[in-house]
Design a protein around this ligand. Sequence first.
Ligand code: FES
Length: 117
Amino acid sequence: MIFIRARKNSYPVKVVANVRDLPVGAVKIISYPNDEHPCFLLHPSEGTFLAFSRLCTHAACPIFYRPEQHVFACPCHGGVFSAADGSVLDGPPPKPLPRVILELRGEELTATGMFPS
Ligand code: FES
C-alpha cells in the first residue's frame, strides 16, 4: 500500500508591518514569501489592508502604484491591474496579481500565504 501525503502549504508566517506605522493611504513595499518577491502593501481605507505581488504576471517586470487611479501599472508593456483586487484591467498580463493573505494579530499585520498559491 502506498500513502500519498498532501503537501502542506509551505508559505512562511511573517510579520510585514505594524498597523501604527501604516496610516490610511499608506503604501509600503514588503517582501513575501522571501526577499526575491517584492509586494505592495496598501491601507486604502480604515481597517482595510491589501497586499499583492509587485511582479507583473506578463513578464515579471516590477509594477508601480498609481494612487490617483488606485491601479498598478507595468512600464514594460502597458499592463494595468486593479489595486482593489489585483485583476487585469488592460494590456497583455494573462492573469491577476497574486494576493498576499494577511491576518491582523494584535497590531501586527501578518502574511500567511499567497492566493492563488
Ligand atoms: S511585463 Fe508587464 S505588461 Fe509585460
